[in-house]
Design a protein around this ligand. Structure first.
Ligand code: SAM
Ligand code: SF4
Length: 448
């Protein structure tokens, strides 16, 4: 974690038992990566937490009178142009629930001891409701947090960001805190940019977003409507999109896979785990059965589609049986490609504080087994291409003279003999060899 002065100040007032003192420490720990440092003084704080106790008589009334005092501080801060969030935690929060907000409308959050793991999510949502972005201070890990922009070959293919942020709050992930709420760019801006790219010779665009299929335009149209609009642009031969969430795969997008010719038959749809218990602990909002149903519908629309995904092994509480369920899912779907990761503890996210953290050696062993399976499936998928003739978009010269490299519709790299004049063109190639990550082929006269 980078040591920076905290961007915000939190005052936690604990009442009663030792348990509350411990809970206050836990809250301080989860709030630190969200940019909060402790202050002894509630006046002027950005967040005031009353960590309440029910044991003593009149405790509830004491909390309400304290809230009246803090409300006055909140108003003083608002007059000075600032913002203060008020949270009620602990046993009174548990007992009174939403009644607290009804009696004292200045309260922003009510959180019982059973829900402390949701505190980061609730704080982030309260900031969003107030129109503010959290100054989260998570250590960046490009492989998890960044958009996948490493494959940009200037000239022929391009990435186009259409959506940012995330509203999902998976318990392992920092993106909702660091990137803020889901936001979609106006479709007219996207279309203008796509036209400009096509005029400069770009033949393939990949629409990007942390949750790209949550895209919504100003008129409420989804990603499918955007894709259909972009598909009309002259010169733009191929469209892809990444990264999608299973819960946002709507019927219109699935239908587009069967109907829009330039939408490539490749879908990256992260599932993370094959165990419903783990998916629930991850707050993934989809089940294994729901994911399989979506895959079946996508395959009905586009039978040759290649499926890819993201997987996490060693999430807190993952047993051997949960992990085996993930392997079963991979076998059942037959993923043609995938990214797989060992669960990495990100301080400030709910999962980092969960019991049952999995030992590193177990994660390493599980990842090796999962990756061996994924690799064998990818090799089989590639081997099945041998003898087929597919359209290849040539992107760049190969490492050897007289060689060019392009991509199949299924995103496989294809090496082929040919000169620079091929770059930017789509031409039929008969696949003659296959390896783990790439194919070899020869130019064909026509599509077989
Ligand atoms: N929004 C996409 C989704 O939910 O499917 C994924 C975007 S996420 C930024 C990229 C991938 O990084 C995730 O799908 C997940 O597999 C992985 N990831 C994120 N946080 C992680 C963590 N703490 N430990 C291990 N893998 C993580
Ligand atoms: Fe992170 Fe993706 Fe989950 Fe959003 S949906 S929290 S970006 S893993």
């Amino acid at each position: 974690m980078t040591e920076r002065a905290p961007a915000k100040r939190v005052h936690i007032k604990s009442y009663g038992c030792q348990m509350n003192v411990y809970d206050a420490e836990r809250m301080t720990d989860v709030l630190r990566p969200l940019g909060y440092g402790l202050t002894d003084d509630p006046e002027g704080a950005d967040l005031v937490v009353l960590n309440t106790c029910h044991i003593r008589e009149k405790a509830t009334e004491k909390v309400y009178s304290e809230l009246g005092r803090i409300k006055a501080m909140k108003e003083r801060k608002a007059e000075a142009g600032g913002e203060m969030l008020i949270a009620v935690a602990g046993c009174v929060a548990q007992a009174e629930g939403a009644e607290i907000i009804r009696r004292q409308s200045a309260v922003d959050l009510v959180i019982g001891p059973q829900s402390y793991h949701r505190l980061p999510e609730m704080i982030a949502r309260a900031h969003r409701a107030a129109g503010e972005m959290l100054a989260a201070d998570f250590e960046a890990e490009a492989k998890f947090d960044a958009l996948p922009i490493e494959r940009g070959v200037a000239g022929v293919t391009a990435f186009l960001t259409v959506q940012e942020g995330c509203d999902k709050f998976c318990t392992f992930c920092v993106v909702p805190y660091t990137r803020g709420a889901e936001f979609s760019r106006p479709s007219a801006d996207i279309e203008r940019e796509a036209r400009g790219l096509a005029q400069r010779g770009v033949r393939e665009i990949t629409l990007l977003g942390q949750n790209v299929n949550a895209y919504r335009n100003d008129a409420g149209g989804g990603l499918a409507a955007l894709i259909r609009r972009l598909a009309r642009i002259e010169g733009l031969a191929r469209i892809r999109y990444t990264t999608s969430h299973p819960s946002d795969m709507d019927a219109a997008l699935i239908a587009a896979h069967g109907e829009v010719e330039s939408l490539m038959p490749y879908l990256h749809l992260p599932v993370q785990s094959g165990s419903d218990r783990i998916l629930k602990a991850m707050n993934r909002s989809h089940t294994v059965a729901g994911y399989l149903e979506t895959i079946a519908k996508v395959r009905a629309a586009r039978p040759d589609i290649a499926l890819s995904g993201d997987f996490i092994v060693g999430f807190p509480g993952e047993t051997d049986a949960d992990f085996e369920a993930t392997l079963d899912l991979v076998r059942e779907v037959g993923h043609a490609a995938a990214f797989s990761f060992k669960y990495s503890r990100r301080p400030g996210t709910p999962a980092s504080a969960m019991a049952g953290q999995v030992p590193e050696a177990v994660k390493t062993e599980r990842l090796a087994r999962l990756q061996a399976l994924l690799e064998s499936q990818q090799r089989a998928f590639n081997a099945a291409m041998v003898g087929r003739t597919v359209p290849v978009l040539f992107e760049k010269p190969g490492r050897h003279p007289g060689q060019v490299i392009g991509r199949s519709p299924y995103l496989q790299a294809v090496h082929c003999a040919g000169g620079g004049e091929l770059i930017g063109r789509i031409a039929p190639v008969t696949i003659t060899s296959a390896a783990h990550m790439s194919l070899g082929g020869e130019r064909a006269r026509a599509m077989a």
